[in-house]
Every structure is written in structure tokens, then in C-alpha cells.
Design a protein around this ligand. Structure first.
Ligand code: SF4
Ligand code: SF4
Length: 339
């Protein structure tokens, strides 16, 4: 018979770095469109599983010499290869005991009713953000529209795995901001983990705000929510600013043209991208040109320097001043830049 200790041991034996368990009741108060209880009404427990991002996968970004390792091995491959492989096999341990279990990815792009494809109206300034607009309607008046998508960082919080930092990135005592999470819901009732109450991780150092290349994290405005009776607060994130800075893009000014993003003429490379054009996607993720400069790397440097992380290294991550690229001579007619 499975119990929480055995479930966690199996997850770790299968390659998980972090495992936490929350009862579904802790989602009480979640917005209807994000409440997993509408997906699986008989679920009693959610197991939240974390896979670490190797610190070394960020090395190429830090040096400015290699960008595809993080995008592929620490982003796309975890999300699209390692995680599905894991959660599908892991969820079967519950069904072998007669308890239905649902493997759950984390990305909104997995919502098959989210409209990512509507052509932008070229007469208006367009953000790079996907529309994220549901083209579905509820199947019954009391239900939310499909697909209900679960806030993975809130799930990790409810499963006791750590804190949500000011950056809105989830921080764990093991790896700080370096992990990705996935979920399995099951009808099996399991002993839950307490909400994290260990040493404070986010000390509001604001390094994430200062080093974010897109100024996407507001230094003053915050979002406050109540999760399982706990007040949780993070900095307001401008997803539009993040989305283009994350890709290494910078909006053109004063009638300039720039072809950094395929199919558009209004973005050039930012000082935080060495590429004339956004790199091609690898494992569906070529977007991570910023390499979490603020919300992951700067945050990790702060947490490591304070000695609060369990995953310790023999040398500090940052050895020299962060690089910037001078694009003052950017010429959109340059064959390397032109579309
Ligand atoms: S960089 Fe500092 S303020 Fe930002 S999330 Fe990390 S610890 Fe918190
Ligand atoms: S991913 Fe990059 S652009 Fe987005 S918030 Fe983090 S540091 Fe800023």
C-alpha cells in the first residue's frame, strides 16, 4: 500500500529532485479558471515534483558564449521530454492501486484551447505576448471553460516546497530559483506536507528587479494573495516586457526598423543578446536568451552568497562583471540582421 513516504521515495528513485504533497482542499479560494478541483473533482491529493536546473546550464549565458544549453537542456527538454516521461510513469503507481491519477504539465502552451495563432492587427502596436485567450466555453453553467490551467508556483507553495520570491519565481531551500515543477493529481488520500516555514529565502534584495533586462518586475507595485491562510506577496510582473526581453529583443525607436523577431519589423537585439536574430527554438524553447538574468541568475547569486541554499558549490557563480553588447551600429540591412 502506498503512503506519502513511499510515494516520495518512488519519485526520487525515478529522478525527481523535490517532492511535496498538498491536499486539494488547500486550493480553496483559487479563481475558478485556475482551480484544479474542477479538473478532477474526486482528487484528494496533488503531488508536486521538481526537477533541478543545473547551475552549469546557465554558465554559457553568464559567460556570453553559449545559449542553447539552457534553452534546450534546462528548459525545453525538461518540459517536453523529461517531465512528460516522468509524470506519465509516476502517475501509474496510483492507478496500479486502483486510484485514478492525472499527470499534469505546467505550461499554458499545453492548454489546447489557448489561442496562440491569431494574426496580430498590424495597425496597432502589438505585444509579443501570445494571446492567451481561451476559444472555448463552459460545458455546463457551473463549470469553468476548458482548459483550466493550474498556477504551478502556487501548487508548489501549497505542497510546502518553498516560497514565491519577489520576482514571482518559486524559490526552494535546495536550489533557490533553479527548478521546474510538475504535478500529479490522484484520488488517493496522502499525508500532506506543511506549508514551508524554514529559513527565509527571499530577503527582498531586489537584485531580480535591478538585473532584469526588460525592467519587467515592478520595484513598488505588488500582488498579494492568500494561500491556505497565508499572506503571500510578490512584485508585479509585466509579462509583455518580460516576453520580449526574455527573447533578447528591444523595441525599435523613432521610425527605426529591426528584424530580430521573425515576421516583425519592430524589434532589434537588446544589449543582452549577442544575436542578430532570435535563435531558433530547440525542444520548442529558443526564447531564453536572457537566461533569467534577473529572476534566476541574480537571485541565485544573492541566495548563494547568503549561504541559505543546500546545494552548495566550491566556487561562486559570477566571476566577472556581467557582459553587455554594443549594438549602436545595428544596421537592419546587414545580411545577418535582414529577413
Ligand atoms: S533577487 Fe532578491 S528580491 Fe528578487 S526574488 Fe531573489 S531574493 Fe527575492
Ligand atoms: S526572464 Fe528575464 S526578462 Fe523575464 S523577468 Fe526574468 S530576468 Fe526579466
Amino acid at each position: 500500500m502506498l503512503d506519502s513516504a513511499k510515494v516520495k521515495q518512488i519519485a526520487r528513485d525515478m529522478g525527481a529532485d523535490l517532492v511535496g504533497i498538498t491536499p486539494m482542499s488547500r486550493f480553496e479560494g483559487a479563481p475558478k479558471q485556475m482551480d484544479p478541483r474542477y479538473i478532477m473533482p474526486k482528487a484528494k491529493s496533488m503531488i508536486v515534483v521538481g526537477f533541478r536546473i543545473n547551475r552549469g546550464a546557465l554558465r554559457g549565458h553568464e559567460e556570453g558564449t553559449h545559449f542553447s544549453c539552457y534553452a534546450s537542456m534546462a528548459y525545453g527538454a525538461i518540459n517536453t521530454v523529461f517531465m512528460p516521461n516522468f509524470v506519465i510513469r509516476f502517475s501509474r503507481i496510483f492507478e496500479d492501486e486502483g486510484y485514478e491519477a492525472m499527470p499534469f504539465g505546467y505550461e499554458s502552451t499545453w492548454g489546447n484551447s489557448v489561442d496562440n495563432y491569431t494574426k496580430p492587427d498590424s495597425s496597432k502596436p502589438q505585444p509579443l505576448l501570445r494571446n492567451n485567450m481561451l476559444h472555448s466555453r463552459p460545458v455546463a453553467p457551473e463549470k469553468p471553460a476548458p482548459d483550466v490551467l493550474v498556477h504551478v508556483r502556487i501548487a508548489a507553495y501549497l505542497a510546502g516546497l518553498g516560497e514565491i520570491g519577489y520576482s514571482k519565481v518559486f524559490l526552494t531551500p535546495e536550489f533557490g530559483p533553479r527548478q521546474r515543477f510538475f504535478m500529479v493529481m490522484t484520488e488517493m488520500e496522502l499525508e500532506p506536507d506543511p506549508i514551508y516555514s524554514g529559513p527565509q529565502l527571499c530577503n527582498r534584495c531586489m537584485a531580480c528587479v535591478r538585473e532584469c533586462p526588460g525592467n519587467a518586475i515592478d520595484p513598488v507595485k505588488t500582488v498579494k494573495v492568500t494561500l491556505a491562510g497565508h499572506e503571500v506577496e510578490w512584485g508585479e510582473l509585466d509579462p509583455y516586457k518580460c516576453l520580449y526581453a526574455f527573447r533578447g529583443a528591444q523595441p525599435v525607436e523613432n521610425g527605426e526598423k529591426g528584424y530580430y523577431i521573425a515576421g516583425r519589423d519592430d524589434f532589434k537585439p537588446s544589449p543582452f543578446s549577442p544575436f542578430y536574430k532570435k535563435p531558433n527554438n530547440v525542444f520548442t524553447h529558443g526564447e531564453a536568451v536572457c537566461g533569467g538574468k534577473g529572476c534566476i541568475r541574480a537571485c541565485m547569486i544573492n541566495l548563494e552568497s547568503r549561504g541559505v541554499l543546500k546545494n552548495k558549490f566550491n566556487s561562486p557563480f559570477r566571476a566577472e562583471k556581467p557582459w553587455m553588447v554594443d549594438w549602436s551600429d545595428y544596421d537592419p540591412a546587414d545580411p545577418r540582421a535582414a529577413r
